[in-house]
Design a protein around this ligand. Structure first.
Ligand SMILES: *Cc1c(COP(=O)(O)O)cnc(C)c1O
Length: 413
């Protein structure tokens, strides 16, 4: 019989979203007349921008003719898209990133997970708590952790708590505990908090002083409204030596079902081989991708390129503004109800402190049965998320307004 990867058995069976689904289904079955509004999942709702659709139609027609047909693309992604990314997302913001440091992919979720393949298994790894569960689970699968403790935390990982008390800014590891790899996500899923230039600079300095690698997830950079907040870690001097950045068109341009993302691996970021020599991560990631990945569809490349056209930029901006107005409505309502609400100004997520010290799952049930509104229990993102709750701004205006009306009617203190 084939042996399995026993590390999978350490995972707590993907409990968060299936459990939400189970509870909603049971409620809907018992209350068939109820109109449940889902503000739980982190998926977009608005259609693709017209400029993106037009580019895709054109690319489909190209694929229909021998003269303009495209087969395999180069594994790093077509140059035209990598150039557009380098110019608009990096050089325009003063970041020294070139097209050959960009790797186009079909998702940041897979990139963050796959990236572990080029790292060794002896690294001390730090994640925030709460955290985007993918960072933790992929480390478990890779065998980089011990077992799960009763708290849900895994042995061997360092958890950096983010709470209202520290402004949801992850504290640096204690001086004695040297960390090799740190995951940072700003704007943050789930808290909606952002790292300021000062805070991000402190992390880059930490990484330089400790020879650590920062895996920076900027999936929500387009939702930043405060001009002082960095969109990229490469806006911080020295980051080119210590950071890899993950970006995605999923939330920024509604590509969750279209699939396009990219990872920036500057040629100046290195890791250490067993013999102590420095090895460029760029070289290893290139080798990994050319062996295990065969690129993103030409049609999708053209769709992503259109995001950077003047019309594309305007249209994508309008959709983000629309979601951010939803976020403002949600945050305003919660605040007026006397519920402490965070995030929602530079991110499409509102992170609230549950009223009367309720447990996250109790508040979930309360909101579902009283208001027929679904959110995400904070405890599902980590032990420090207990007593918090995430509400997503991804929905229609009508649904958000109705959900908030129900909250006003039922949650009034
Ligand atoms: C949605 C999301 C992503 C994007 O994932 P894709 O695979 O590109 O769709 C990345 N990181 C975080 C934290 C996210 O919430």
């Amino acid at each position: 019989m084939a042996h399995i990867n026993d590390n999978f058995l350490k995972l707590k069976a993907g409990y968060l979203f299936p459990e939400i689904g189970r509870r909603v289904k049971a409620y809907a079955a018992a209350n068939p007349q109820a109109k449940v509004i889902r503000l739980g999942i982190g998926d977009v709702t608005e259609p693709l921008a017209p400029a993106v659709i037009a580019a895709m139609h054109k690319a489909v027609d190209e694929m229909a003719r021998r003269e303009t047909f495209h087969g395999y693309c180069d594994e790093q992604g077509y140059e035209f898209l990598r150039q557009a990314i380098a110019k608009h997302d990096y050089q325009a913001r003063g970041c020294d990133i070139t097209a050959d440091e960009i790797f186009v992919s079909d998702g940041s979720k897979c990139d963050t997970g796959n990236f572990l393949e080029i790292l060794g298994h002896d690294n001390v790894i730090a994640v925030t708590d709460p955290v985007y569960p993918v960072y933790v689970d992929t480390n478990v699968m890779a065998g980089n952790t011990g077992s799960a403790k009763a708290s849900g935390e895994f042995e061997g990982l360092i958890y950096l708590p983010m709470t209202a008390e520290n402004g949801f800014v992850p504290p640096q590891p204690a001086p004695g505990s040297k960390v090799d790899v740190i995951y940072l996500c700003s704007p943050n899923n789930p808290t909606g908090a952002v790292l300021s230039k000062t805070e991000l600079t402190r992390w880059v300095q930490y990484a330089k002083q400790n020879d650590a690698l920062i895996l920076f997830d900027a999936a929500y950079h387009a939702f930043i409204t405060d001009p002082s907040i960095p969109h990229s870690i490469y806006e911080i001097p020295g980051a080119r030596e210590v950071a890899v950045e993950f970006r995605s068109f999923s939330k920024t341009a509604g590509f969750t079902g279209t699939r396009c993302a990219f990872t920036v691996v500057p040629k100046t970021v290195a890791g250490k081989a067993k013999d102590g020599s420095r090895v460029e991560l760029h070289r290893l990631w290139m080798r990994r991708q050319t062996t295990k990945f065969n690129g993103v569809a030409y049609i999708v490349h053209r769709a992503a390129e259109a995001v950077y056209s003047p019309e594309g930029q305007k249209q994508v901006r309008a959709t983000i503004d629309f979601y951010m107005e939803n976020a403002a409505i949600i945050r305003r309502t919660l605040t007026e109800l006397g519920i402490a609400a965070y995030g929602g100004t530079n991110a499409p997520y509102i992170w609230l402190k549950t009223p009367k010290g309720m447990k996250s799952w109790d508040f979930f049930d309360h909101l579902l049965t009283q208001c027929q509104v679904v959110g995400t229990p904070g405890s599902g993102f980590g032990a420090a998320g207990e007593g918090y709750f995430r509400i997503s701004a991804f929905n229609s205006r009508a649904n958000v307004e109705e959900a908030m009306q129900r909250l006003r009617a039922k949650l009034q203190a």
